[in-house]
Design a protein. Structure first.
Length: 203
């Protein structure tokens, strides 16, 4: 792709570095911003800077938050005794969009994947155990993608909880094996949450 302006090329390269944005899409976005008023572009840039400088992890669930606690953990109308364990923040958003779940969440930050050097210590598993010990949690809903790594993570966490007085369930198999929650349609994911089933550990 040839550019008549080095500034234009640099801006396109910056946008193209984002996931899912190719050079043509990046060029379209840059040209759109070039034609906007200066104040609009400044507001756009300021929103990104403010986000980067002020966004943080919720102290309880590791979701993104503006404060020490996210709005979901702070909501007293939600079932604080029910914790849905997910891989990522995007999974929280996917489940929230179904409107079928009224408990709270715990974001692991990934799954156990030894081939990539990701073990239990790299995930937010210890904080989940502490949370269960400190709070009156009655049920853990394992909403982890049904991949090999996801199944391994679910099994590992369930073994850590086997001596605790807590119900462990998994989302129903509406989500295909090998699929990711964030890509499941809302109706399927919602039904999977509602039709969750008890999880039994096979020693």
């Amino acid at each position: 792709m040839n550019f008549s302006s080095k500034l234009l090329e640099q801006a396109v390269e910056a946008f193209a570095s984002l996931p899912g944005i190719g050079k043509k899409s990046a060029l379209r976005l840059v040209l759109h911003l070039v034609n906007k008023e200066n104040i609009d572009v400044k507001n756009f840039a300021q929103a990104l800077l403010t986000l980067k400088e002020n966004i943080r992890e919720c102290n309880t669930c590791h979701n993104l938050s503006d404060q020490e606690l996210c709005t979901i953990c702070e909501d007293r109308h939600r079932k604080q005794e029910m914790v849905c364990v997910v891989e990522s923040i995007r999974d929280v958003m996917a489940i929230e969009n179904t409107g079928q779940y009224r408990g709270v969440y715990h974001v692991l930050g990934g799954v156990i994947k030894p081939i990539d050097g990701i073990g239990p210590d790299q995930l937010n598993i210890d904080s989940l155990i502490r949370r269960i010990d400190q709070k009156q949690v009655k049920e853990i809903v394992m909403a982890i993608s049904p991949t090999i790594e996801g199944e391994t993570t679910t099994f590992y966490i369930s073994k850590q909880l086997k001596d605790k007085n807590i119900n462990i369930s998994t989302i129903a198999r509406g989500v295909a094996f090998g699929g990711e929650l964030q890509y499941a349609d809302e109706l399927t994911l919602g039904r999977s949450i509602v039709a969750r089933t008890p999880y039994n550990i096979s020693e």
